[in-house]
Design a protein around this ligand. Structure first.
Ligand code: TK8
Length: 335
């Protein structure tokens, strides 16, 4: 008797769950584009996101991760999201600056001195506020992911002092903060989309670039770059974005599935990236890269020179955003 009662309850519960699911989830294909190769921290986190979404939607929502910039460079994908031709992407906040000027604040050299500061500030109220600026421009920002602290590589010579950068043609991300930063350091800065970077290095159209260790490994830059200088000069995050046009067609349950999976992917991605980063430098050495750290006096000179771009960033992002972000950093540092 008791068993029969329990079974009936179970059947009823299942029926209700089924009914809720049927009306809340439509079959959806989500094209999720990214710039790095499949075997990278980006690729792994996109796959985790895809699994979570599929599970939570009872298989109704299917995420197709499309890496290698096969759907276009960061800026091309952003336009596809705005137009509604692509559902999701992950890319650098740095490449969004032309659409949301406030995003440039994350490119401030030496803004964060460790990943804890980055996590607290990006996930906190001011990170949310900057992220929210995407909506009126046609994109919904879900979460920030770690790209990592950036370091310098080149094929010309070991960089031991600033002057060593003098005649290095250095690829930078396409925004003024990066251009101004490397001009301030005396380099010949050339803006290029990431999708063109490997070929540019290979053909020596440019001599160097800057990216976290993880990317130097996953994109095989060690094949075309000999020297790596540990500079940790900036932490520019990645951000996961959704087409607003498409987002507006989703049910609240579908939106929640994407939001929850995005948070899970963020936790996974940061852990994965940090683990990979600790091993990457040794790997790059075994691949034949020559690694050096800047002597303290040169690191300080670099800091001083880069501080000269701060006033320009404050102007570009607005004093309010500048103060809010720097205030949030000071707060977490004080703790
Ligand atoms: C990948 C880029 C990349 C970034 C860059 O699409 O462009 O150098 O670091 O991660 O967003």
């Amino acid at each position: 008797m008791r068993i029969r009662f329990a079974l009936a309850g179970l059947v009823a519960a299942l029926a209700t769950a089924g009914a809720v699911q049927a009306q809340d989830f439509k079959p959806r294909i989500v094209r999720f584009g990214y710039g790095l190769v499949d075997n990278s921290n980006q690729g792994r986190a996109v796959r985790l996101f895809a699994q979570e979404v599929e599970k939570a939607s009872g298989g109704k929502m299917k995420v197709r991760g499309i890496g290698n910039a096969a759907l276009g460079s960061d800026t091309q994908m952003q336009q596809a999201l705005i137009g509604g031709a692509q559902e999701m992407m992950v890319g650098s906040t740095a490449t969004l600056v032309g659409i949301v000027p406030e995003m440039a604040v994350w490119d401030t050299p030496f803004l964060f001195s460790n990943v804890k500061e980055a996590d607290v500030v990006l996930d906190g109220p001011v990170g949310e506020k900057v992220k929210a600026k995407l909506e009126p421009k046609g994109m919904v920002g879900l979460v920030y992911w770690e790209n990592g602290f950036r370091n310098l590589t080149n094929s010309k010579r070991p960089v031991n002092k600033l002057e060593d950068m003098g005649d290095i043609k250095l690829r930078v991300m396409q925004n003024n903060v990066f251009l101004d930063s490397f001009k301030a350091l005396g380099a010949n800065a050339v803006p290029l989309p990431f999708s063109e970077l490997f070929t540019a290095l290979e053909t020596r159209a440019v001599d160097g670039q800057e990216n976290p260790f993880n990317t130097v490994v996953s994109s095989k830059f060690y094949e075309v770059q000999k020297y790596l200088t540990v500079t940790n000069h900036v932490y520019s995050p990645w951000i996961v974005t959704v087409s607003k046009k498409w987002w507006d067609t989703l049910s609240p349950a579908e939106k929640k599935v994407l939001q929850d999976a995005a948070v899970k992917s963020r936790e996974f991605e940061r852990k994965d990236t940090r683990e990979e980063a600790t091993k990457a430098l040794a790997e790059l050495r075994t691949k034949g890269m020559q690694v050096n750290e800047l002597p303290a006096t040169e690191a300080n000179r670099m800091r001083e020179k880069l501080a000269s771009v701060n006033s320009g960033i404050a102007k570009a992002v607005g004093q309010e955003t500048w103060d809010a972000v720097n205030g949030a950093v000071a707060q977490v540092r004080g703790k």
